[in-house]
Design a binder for this molecule. Structure first.
Ligand SMILES: *Cc1c(COP(=O)(O)O)cnc(C)c1O
Length: 380
């Protein structure tokens, strides 16, 4: 079987895990947690970093500490994995879904401006949705598949309307926008170290920010908001969201290898790009001139009217050859889980989701396997 995306365990994972077990530091504190936090902060150039047990919990706490309140609204990419939208609901806020732009498939800042012009007014310095009578307090761009959103445009809107920017860079560790690492452009960046991400802890997440007050607050509420070193006293409702030393040990070993992983993904992407460049009905993965693309998951678009088959038909054809591919996510404005008053049409995301097919992209994918994938797509 050729899997879609699996981790590559070739470094110090065993060694570091053994150190945890030998020293009895297995739980949600320990030297590897601290080390993993500083390695990530250093790698992307953020001042503060707090490890969490998932990317989803990092997003939840990012929204909470940055002051997104119950009944606020948050602009968020509709073409995204569902986690950031769920996190918005965890704090009682509501998503305003933003369509993708057709060129690079990311959140379209022009659609945010349109929405503001059509539906909003500014009242005592805050952006206000006239239809729902709610305050809009944040933008949550999701950098999908390893490519950045148009951050200049997003930051300009955020400054103009006093909105917090929380970047979901879960799929884009290592990518940059105009040479700036993703996750460090907005007010907070969130990462995931789930098994299929570029760097994995098995499961885990990280929140990065240059705001020390927020970072302290995240650390505090991710450990049940306990406010005394000896006594079990708590000053608010907290969560058990901390990463364990075992998970962090794997993460440390993985981040040591990130350059190798990114290089592998890059050459896999180059090979796919050149193999499909001249195929009618296939659009290869685009890269903006502002981007350093980490190609987390290499994805093509299939134009059914030219190619003669849908992305789903190719998916099942490849499945019968033991090649695992997958569609992108149902755009969340169409999800049964998230019906809100601010739903509007997002035709670009709908089309991209219909046409997209993600191909095997593990950093360990060898030339022979990739050639098989390419051959299978071409003969489809
Ligand atoms: C993977 C991912 C997350 C977080 O997932 P966890 O499994 O909770 O670590 C969040 N957002 C996006 C866009 C993701 O792809």
């Amino acid at each position: 079987m050729i899997p879609l995306s699996v981790p590559q365990i070739n470094g110090n994972e065993w060694k570091y895990l053994k150190q945890c077990l030998d020293t009895n530091w297995v739980s949600s504190a320990g030297p590897f947690v601290d080390k993993f936090e500083s390695l990530i902060a250093e790698y992307i150039g953020a001042e503060f970093s707090v490890a969490t047990n998932s990317g989803t919990s990092a997003l939840h706490l990012a929204l909470k500490v940055s002051g997104v309140k119950e009944n606020d609204e948050v602009f968020v990419s509709t073409l995204s994995f569902i986690a950031p939208i769920n996190a918005i609901r965890y704090v009682g806020a509501w998503p305003i879904f933003v369509d993708a732009e057709p060129k690079y498939w990311q959140m379209d800042p022009d659609r945010i401006s349109d929405f503001i012009n059509e539906n909003c007014e500014v009242k005592s310095g805050r952006l206000y949705n006239k239809k729902t009578k709610r305050t809009i307090s944040a933008i949550l761009p999701v950098h999908i598949l390893g490519h950045p959103c148009d951050m200049d445009a997003i930051m300009t809107i955020a400054k103009q309307y006093n909105l917090i920017v929380i970047e979901d860079a879960s799929q884009s560790l290592g990518s940059t926008y105009k040479s700036i690492p993703l996750g460090t452009i907005g007010d907070i960046g969130c990462f995931s170290f789930n098994g299929n991400k570029t760097v994995t802890c098995g499961g885990g997440g990280m929140l990065v920010t240059n705001n020390g007050v927020w970072a302290d607050s995240v650390r505090h509420i991710s450990t049940q908001a306990r406010d005394h070193p000896i006594e079990y006293t708590h000053d608010q409702i907290g969560y058990n969201y901390r990463l364990t030393n075992l998970q962090a040990a794997v993460g440390c070993a993985q981040i040591e290898q990130i350059d190798t992983f990114l290089q592998a993904k890059r050459s896999i992407a180059n090979k796919y790009n050149s193999s499909f460049a001249d195929v009618d009905g296939i659009t290869t993965m685009p890269t903006s001139s502002s981007a350093w693309h980490s190609y987390w998951l290499y994805t093509i678009l299939i134009d059914e009217s030219v190619f003669g088959k849908t992305s789903r038909q190719i998916l099942s054809q490849l499945q019968s050859l033991d090649i695992q591919t997958r569609p992108l996510w149902q755009p969340i404005h169409k999800s049964k889980a998230h019906q809100t008053e601010s739903i509007h049409e997002c035709p670009i995301a709908d089309r991209l989701a219909y046409q997209a097919l993600s191909l095997p992209s593990s950093s360990s994918l060898d030339n022979k396997s990739q050639a098989q994938v390419i051959e299978a797509v071409l003969s489809a």
